[in-house]
Design a protein around this ligand. Structure first.
Ligand code: SF4
Length: 90
């Protein structure tokens, strides 16, 4: 990303091989002005590797899973609401 904090660091920083490296990358992302769109981009593109938008690969997988669960629950709630019989009083 053109205006991201990562412009001042080598790309390898954001593709760490251990937890210490992940935390170092997340620290750089923490103050990044484009953190939120960066994270959404990584989620939308299903980017599997590296730290994006301050989130590790594992965190992004969790976010995607929780969004799927929430979407499923919302669909189920909408369907059950649509099936609720309407009482008509004459
Ligand atoms: S949030 Fe995205 S654009 Fe910003 S430093 Fe992190 S990886 Fe780079």
């Amino acid at each position: 990303m053109a205006t991201g904090n990562c412009n001042n660091h080598p790309p390898s920083v954001f593709f760490p091989s251990d937890g210490v490296g992940v935390e170092a990358a997340k620290k750089i992302c923490a103050s990044c002005p484009v953190k939120d769109p960066c994270l959404e981009h990584a989620l939308n593109m299903r980017i599997d590797h590296g730290v994006w938008g301050g989130a590790s690969e594992r965190q992004r997988r969790r976010i995607l899973k929780s969004r799927r669960v929430a979407a499923r629950a919302a669909r189920a709630a909408a369907e059950s609401h649509a099936e609720t019989p309407v009482e008509i009083r004459l």
